[in-house]
Design a protein around this ligand. Structure first.
Ligand code: NI
Length: 465
């Protein structure tokens, strides 16, 4: 009884639904045809009023494509260049920077257009540098909103193109705060010396901009042999000066760098036998300070050669200048050369400027003699503190065994002094300006060799400290 009644009502509802759907459908079709506008706006459609011409091309850097995005819009033209790599996460970081810059410019221009009829410009240009597999992309963003409102900024994007990982100053300096301090100091003094900006530089602002904070050194590029640090417009000099930057030679900061960023110091690798990195292997680093000396250093060189020994010579600039060919002879024989200042002063009692002069003049003399920088620094008398360390862009290395050869002048005492505190990877202090040291050296070499020690440079024992 109840079934037919229900059935009749069901038919009514069905009919109503069908006709409603039909009516809506035809209305949508009608509206679409008539308006020529889609009902749901797509993204391309919303960007329609800023038409641009995007092209992509290969670059001379493997794995890098360059994208150019240009709009010739009369009121808001732009020309944008940016890189794309084979690494998506990195590309997204670059793209979000680009989109943000573009959106800001376009929205600001639209806002202004309602008030005045102004012409702006957005120009983002790209420079690419490579240091092995490390790529640095430097984007210079010039945003002009009006005659009075314009800004130029630099943003750098850094990637290890092998792994796709980004790198920054922390990676470069191995997260070492002390290295950051030396680096910041070095950047500050190099910038102050930069003739291109010298007159315009605001010293106080420079000091503020080069405090040892990681954030202060976010913008840099790693080139083949140098590192470029960028500052923003107005940051350390008047806006008119443009974008100050300073180029730091990698060899001058080599000891501060994480090992994968260090540059190879030539000459050594070709002749030196492969290093024994077994920690139980016996090795000792003999060091000779205060030379070179035209006779004593030569005698020591001959003895070292006889025992196939390598050593490290911490030289005084004031002596290097007189015997450059002897310095070269030492280096060519495979020994390391360290910077021991020019006049052998107590650095901890000197002004920053005087300390730097001691180091730099000596460094120049060493470079002039051997065509490469010193490997290490040793402060006279071993006297060093944090402020001295911050001024010297080299690792400071003292000693673990003092032979007191400068005091006793007794060839017979050289070996017992070493035996007394002999240990593996020891760094032994001697002086190649005393005849007594040259005279007592052969028994030292004989004994240590018989004990199974390898005579190595300071670089080779430092990993064990
Ligand atoms: Ni000395």
């Amino acid at each position: 009884m109840k079934t037919p009644y229900r059935k009749r009502r069901g038919i009514w509802i069905d009919l109503l639904l069908i006709s409603t759907i039909a009516l809506l459908g035809s209305a949508i079709v009608y509206l679409t045809v008539l308006n020529d506008e889609p009902i749901f706006q797509t993204e391309e459609q919303s960007a329609k009023d800023t038409p641009s011409n995007i092209s992509e091309e290969k670059s001379s850097f493997p794995g890098v494509r360059i994208v150019t995005d240009i709009s010739n819009d009369e009121q808001m033209p732009f020309a944008i260049q940016y890189p794309l790599t084979e690494h998506e996460t990195f590309n997204n970081t670059v793209l979000s920077y680009i989109n943000e810059a573009k959106d800001y410019y376009i929205s600001m221009m639209r806002l202004q257009q309602n008030v005045h009829d102004l012409t702006g410009e957005l120009n983002i240009s790209l420079q690419t540098f490579a240091h092995e597999q490390y790529y640095s992309f430097v984007l210079t963003n010039k945003t002009i909103l009006s005659n009075t409102e314009h800004e130029t900024t630099v943003t750098t994007f850094l990637i290890d193109n092998k792994t796709g990982e980004t790198f920054n100053m922390q990676t470069l300096l191995n997260h070492n705060e002390a290295s950051l301090k030396s680096f910041a100091n070095h950047v500050q003094s190099e910038m102050a010396k930069n003739p291109e900006f010298a007159d315009a530089l605001n010293k106080d602002k420079l000091v503020a901009a080069t405090q040892p904070n990681w954030e202060a050194f976010e913008r840099f590029a790693l080139k083949e042999d140098t590192l470029v640090v960028y500052f923003n417009e107005g940051e350390i000099a008047p806006v008119e000066v443009g974008l100050p930057n300073v180029e730091i030679s990698l060899s001058s900061i080599n000891p501060l760098l994480a090992s994968n960023f260090q540059i190879a110091m030539e000459a050594e690798d070709t002749t030196a036998p492969t290093q024994n990195t077994d920690p139980s292997h016996k090795r000792i680093a003999l060091t000779f300070d205060d030379g070179p000396h035209p006779e004593v250093t030569k005698q020591i060189l001959a003895l070292l050669q006889k025992y196939e020994a390598k050593a490290t010579f911490f030289m005084l600039g004031s002596r290097v200048q007189y015997y450059p060919s002897l310095v070269q002879e030492v280096r060519v024989a495979g020994h390391e050369i360290g910077n021991h200042t020019w006049t052998h002063p107590v650095l901890t009692k000197m002004s920053a400027a005087a300390i730097k002069k001691e180091y730099e003049t000596t460094e120049q003399a060493i470079k002039a003699a051997i065509g490469q920088p010193s490997a290490f620094f040793r402060p006279p008398y071993g006297a060093i503190n944090d402020s001295v360390r911050a001024l010297i862009p080299r690792r400071s290395v003292n000693w673990t065994i003092d032979t007191l050869d400068w005091k006793h002048h007794d060839p017979a005492k050289l070996l017992p002094m070493i035996q007394k505190s002999l240990h593996n990877n020891a760094i032994v202090l001697m002086h190649d300006i005393h005849q007594s040291t040259a005279d007592g050296l052969e028994p030292v070499l004989q004994y240590l060799q018989s004990e199974g020690y390898e005579f190595v440079t300071v670089s080779e024992v430092l990993p064990y400290y």
